[in-house]
Design a protein around this ligand. Structure first.
Ligand SMILES: O=P(O)(O)OC[C@H]1O[C@H](O[C@H]2O[C@H](CO)[C@@H](O)[C@H](O)[C@H]2O)[C@H](O)[C@@H](O)[C@@H]1O
Length: 373
């Protein structure tokens, strides 16, 4: 496996060319588009403010609204005359299916390592978080991918819960936004290039377990009088869902969540799709989990690895940013609508994710067959 320090000039040139195409420069926005882009940035900024606990009540609700474009009002607003803006966004974040040849060209001579978010990526977003099942065809696609490439599920969910949904023992799992990482089950065999490490690999937030249990109970209590609110214990973090809460109560819900989190200075608040996430203040996120897994697989400081991360949520942005910073790999945002993102490519929905995974498997199968000829 070539280390970055011994890469020959041709490889450097090829890597630079691949990086340039995988991270296309943002074209200068046109006037109307610039305005819309500012709105996307404002929504992201509102979310950031909330994360820092500095938002006003109006700011929170705006951020909550922007947290899921599947929300009816947001969808209607987005559908209203935004074709130009969508085309410009697609130019910056082209479809990973449409540009499939570019994707596989970038992987030439490299080991693909696949990172997959769960909710909204492998399973469609549904009202009840306990009913977010993935289809059997999606499971088969993930299983096929994992035969060819080391594959990890990186989720905000508790690791056991996401395993119960995915049910594939041969994968790596990074639950609780990467704070609970486990390798494939010992009975599974590894047929690709990665060095599989088995068992629990990393739990950087173990000391927070009692605190998370406390905040979970406080939030359960506070949310019990808000119809539709649901609190989910994700072991090293807690989710407060507001997808089924009347919008009129969002301000009050956000206020209560923030009040509870203030009682725990070592915890912080962030936001996903119609959900607040309460988690330890440690500097650990899905991006750090991606780097940890690459290192565990023996790909630290390697130029011949291509991490591919597919995700739909704000928390996945940490992983997209890591790929941009490393100038290595491929971030794919799953979204039907333009969103501020550090991903390079896009796919519209889980069905397209499945198509992309199956195409990768087919491409790998064909290239192996060609090698045998
Ligand atoms: O990192 P992920 O795997 O994407 O997990 C993020 C959160 O996903 C789940 O909530 C989301 O999906 C639910 C089911 O479709 C949906 O009802 C909810 O509105 C979404 O936010 C999960 O329940 C959370 O605990 C995760 O943090």
């Amino acid at each position: 496996m070539a280390k970055a320090s011994v890469v020959v000039p041709e490889q450097v040139a090829a890597a630079a060319a691949a990086t340039a195409t995988l991270f296309p420069p943002y074209p200068p926005p046109r006037a109307g588009i610039a305005v819309r882009r500012k709105c996307l940035q404002a929504a992201a900024a509102a979310a950031q403010q909330l994360e820092l606990g500095a938002g006003l009540r109006g700011g929170w609700v705006e951020s909550m609204r922007a947290s899921s474009p599947t929300h009816a009002k947001a969808a209607a607003a987005l559908a209203a005359g935004v074709d130009d803006e969508r085309a410009a966004w697609m130019a910056r974040h082209p479809s990973a299916l449409g540009e499939f040849e570019q994707v596989v060209a970038a992987s030439k001579g490299k080991q693909i390592v696949m990172f997959l978010d769960y909710d909204g990526t492998l399973s469609p977003i549904v009202d009840d978080p306990d009913a977010a099942f993935m289809s059997e065809t999606m499971r088969m696609a993930v299983r096929s991918v994992a035969k060819h490439f080391p594959t990890a599920i990186v989720s905000g969910r508790c690791r056991d819960k996401v395993y119960d949904f995915v049910k594939l023992a041969e994968l790596y799992y990074a639950g609780s936004h990467g704070m609970d990482i486990k390798g494939p089950s010992p009975s599974t065999t590894c047929r690709h290039g990665g060095k599989a490490k088995k068992g629990v690999l990393f739990q950087p937030a173990s000391e927070f377990l009692p605190m998370i249990e406390q905040v979970h109970q406080r939030l359960e209590h506070e949310m019990s009088s808000i119809p539709g609110a649901k609190v989910e214990n994700n072991k090293f973090c807690v989710s407060v869902h507001f997808r089924c809460v009347d919008e009129k109560s969002w301000g009050a819900l956000a206020e209560r969540v923030r009040r509870v989190v203030r009682e725990f200075p070592k915890l912080r608040l962030s936001q996903g799709r119609m959900v607040f996430e309460v988690r330890p203040t440690i500097k650990w996120d899905k991006g750090k989990a991606l780097e940890f897994l690459l290192d565990s697989l023996g790909f630290a400081d390697c130029s011949d690895v291509l991490p591919v991360y597919i995700g739909d949520d704000r928390t996945d942005e940490d992983a997209f940013k890591v790929l941009r910073r490393r100038g290595q790999g491929l971030g794919i945002l799953v979204s039907k609508h333009p969103k501020e993102t550090s991903a390079s490519f896009s796919l519209q929905e889980p069905a397209e994710v499945m198509e992309f995974l199956l195409r990768l498997v087919e491409w790998k199968r064909l290239s192996r067959a060609r090698l045998r000829l």
